[in-house]
Design a binder for this molecule. Structure first.
Ligand code: KIV
Ligand code: NA
Length: 270
């Protein structure tokens, strides 16, 4: 079983690899490639559920998709994202919701979009045996506050706030820190300052690891952020397979003899 301690050992020696997954077949592919961490991100809302933002994603959605990913994963650490308002409102509800990801969905850890309100909660969850990945910088659940998805930590004061929050969550026991869409030199400073592994997305090359959304990596997304990179073209493959299927049915080419079961010895029914 993968552990959060393995990551601490890896950090600084070898880059940590992390990708999102939302379903069993994708998780199996990612796991077999030797990826260290599979994040069931609340990006599920955008990638798979057809929402404009992550805000409508529910705890039930996350539990269902995390369970599917966990069933297909043998080696990677499975981390479940906590969706909008499922944590940070009241402590016992937060603990209960995070606990569902472990008890019901078989995640090894949870990820929280962090702010000053998640420091004590991180400590509480860690004390209870729920490892916490802290997510800092751009936190997409604040889209209505930001009015979009702008880069964070771009002036001195904002950069200091992010470093302080990173320190506070590391001290509270977070096992890793995701840094999203922040300047590369800020991510490098946070990585330098803290022993807790950092995992960047749009945060430059100096983090201890990198994460991307799987749909962006394989080329399934209709849109992807400028800091991601497309390594394949699954959308084009799917479009061509679906076009070919439709044409083959329309032309009568499919199903052919080899796709048909032998006829049974039946009397004419009418
Ligand atoms: O939901 C998600 O996919 C994430 C990653 C981009 C870090 O939070
Ligand atoms: Na997320």
């Amino acid at each position: 079983m993968p552990t959060v301690r393995d990551l601490k050992t890896k950090a600084g020696n070898e880059p940590i690899t992390m990708l999102t997954a939302y379903d069993a077949p994708t998780a199996a592919i990612i796991d077999e490639a030797g990826t260290d961490i599979i994040l069931v991100g609340d990006s599920l809302g955008n990638t798979s559920l057809g929402y404009e933002t992550t805000l409508p994603v529910t705890v039930d959605d996350m539990a269902r998709h995390t369970a599917a990913v966990a069933r297909a994963t043998d080696d990677a650490l499975v981390v479940a994202d906590m969706p909008f308002l499922s944590i940070g409102v009241d402590e016992s509800a937060s603990v209960e919701n995070a606990g569902r990801m472990i008890k019901e969905a078989d995640a090894h850890a949870v990820k929280l979009e962090c702010g000053p309100h998640t420091v004590d909660l991180t400590e509480k969850l860690v004390q209870l045996g729920i490892p916490v990945m802290a997510h800092l910088g751009l936190t997409p659940q604040h889209v209505n506050q930001y009015g979009g998805y702008p880069r964070q930590g771009t002036d001195q004061e904002a950069a200091e706030r992010i470093l302080e929050l990173a320190e506070a969550h590391a001290d509270a026991g977070a096992f890793s820190l995701v840094l999203e869409h922040v300047p590369a030199n800020l991510a490098a400073d946070v990585t330098q300052a803290l022993e807790t592994p950092t995992i960047g997305i749009g945060a430059g090359p100096d983090c201890d690891g990198q994460v991307l959304v799987i749909d962006d990596v394989v080329g399934l997304s209709e849109w992807s952020p400028s800091f991601s990179k497309q390594f394949g073209n699954v959308r084009a493959e799917m479009e061509s397979a679906v076009d070919d299927y439709v044409s083959a049915v329309e032309s009568g080419e499919f199903p052919a003899e080899e796709h048909s079961h032998e006829e049974a010895d039946l009397e004419e029914l009418y």
